[in-house]
Design a protein around this ligand. Structure first.
Ligand SMILES: Cc1cc2nc3c(=O)[nH]c(=O)nc-3n(C[C@H](O)[C@H](O)[C@H](O)COP(=O)(O)O)c2cc1C
Length: 387
């Protein structure tokens, strides 16, 4: 059979064959290594989509290595995704505003509450040896990371949180295409005004950090708000039906995360992968527990207890320090089902692991079949002339 053809303006904009972008999926359960390493990114790029390195957890020089590795694995375009929140510790100012020990910013009553959660779950609370704990300024070096992206002249840059405005001129001067993820119309207008090339409208059903508006209402409203800037849809797209649906909404492509979490090349611990495969559409929950910002995860008893306790989350970065010893204790106790396991509501559709190229190719082949064959067979549509 001939190879599927499915082209949209996104293909010309990014120099790719299919209008599907691998979501930039960052660190796995507290480490710096992302789900989307060079292997997964290259697998998607080589298959005709756009692969993305989830670079948010990498120190700058480690990010540079990963960019060079993806270039060894593919000669196709690829991207790097970073998180650019404004409230992160050690953010774009390099951490100058931080006190000598950022832990001094954490209210003691929250530490006690976290200890009680551990006790409730039968986990012995043990402090992480301080030499293993995160370096003072090592939470996220956004300034250093973005410098590496600029120096390495990556083809595509995506910001998953916040605005790339401070860097956009230098990125574009290199020919880098700039993408921004948003969860509402206000943020979409802000990044479009800053001059991004593509806005990704991400619905609440998405895995990872997410907003409150679902994909179906969000995408057309963002399209109208930022025209003529093109929009790619994200959140809940798991097969060709989802891809065809967002193209019908007017998006020029799909940004897909959860469906690639079970790819053979995804850097996802086996336990987390199995929990995604076993999940139903109702097994995810949004919580601020792991990062301080709302994040959709496969739920677990720790998330349920945190939410039940109604505890206030700290800003991104500080929240990571608050739960650092709890996460260490969980690992020590072998209770890894309580670690972060970001995934979206489409997890319920996923039943098996397979190569990323197969996931991508099945998705575009089904979407092409829906648009070219199935819809014309089942839908009678003859637009009137308004008379
Ligand atoms: C495990 C995981 C990690 C993620 N990490 C990031 C990240 O570091 N940066 C980012 O921009 N988005 C991140 N996201 C969100 C994705 O970019 C994307 O918007 C989302 O996965 C799309 O919805 P879907 O999961 O329903 O496909 C993550 C999502 C998941 C599932």
């Amino acid at each position: 059979m001939a190879r599927t053809v499915l082209r949209t303006p996104l293909c010309d904009l990014l120099g790719i064959e299919y209008p599907v972008i691998l979501a930039g999926m960052g660190p796995v359960a507290g480490g710096m290594e992302p789900v989307a390493t060079a292997e997964l990114a290259a697998a998607v790029s080589n298959a005709g989509g756009l692969g993305m390195i989830g670079g948010a957890g990498y120190p700058p020089e480690r990010l540079r290595e990963e960019i060079r590795r993806v270039r060894e694995l593919t000669d196709k375009p690829f991207g790097v995704d970073l998180l650019l929140p404004s409230d992160v510790l050690a953010a774009s100012d390099g951490g100058e505003r931080l006190p000598a020990d950022p832990r001094s910013l954490i209210p003691q009553e929250l530490v006690e509450a976290v200890k009680r959660l551990a006790a409730d779950l039968g986990i012995e609370y043990v402090e992480m040896p301080r030499e293993q704990a995160r370096p003072r300024r090592g939470v996220m070096d956004i300034r250093g990371q973005t410098e590496v992206v600029i120096e390495e002249k990556v083809p595509v840059f995506a910001s998953g949180l916040g605005s790339p405005a401070p860097w956009i001129e230098r990125l574009k001067a290199n020919g880098t295409k700039v993408i921004s993820l948003v969860g509402n119309v206000k943020a979409a207008k802000r990044v479009a005004a800053a001059g991004v090339d593509i806005v990704v409208a991400q619905g609440t059903e998405a895995g990872g950090h997410t907003g409150r508006v679902a994909t179906l209402p969000l995408v057309p409203q963002v399209i109208d708000a930022v025209a003529p800037t093109p929009v790619v849809a994200a959140g809940g797209i798991g097969d060709g039906r989802g891809l065809a649906a967002v193209l019908a909404l007017g998006a020029i492509g799909a940004w897909v995360g959860t469906a690639f979490l079970v790819a053979d090349e995804a850097n996802q611990p086996e336990l987390q992968k199995q929990r995604i495969l076993a999940a139903t559409e109702e097994d995810t929950r949004v919580t601020r527990l792991y990062s301080g910002k709302p994040m959709r995860n496969i739920t677990n008893p720790l998330i349920e207890k945190w939410e039940e306790a109604g505890l206030r989350a700290l800003p991104m970065g500080l929240q990571g320090l608050l739960i650092q010893d709890l996460m260490y204790s969980i690992r020590r106790a072998g209770r890894n089902e309580l670690l972060m396991n970001a995934a979206g509501q489409i997890a319920g559709l996923l039943t098996r692991s397979r190569p990323a190229a197969e996931i991508l190719y099945d998705m575009v082949t089904e979407a092409a079949d829906i648009l070219a064959n199935r819809l014309p067979k089942t839908v009678t549509a003859v637009p009137g002339d308004g008379a």
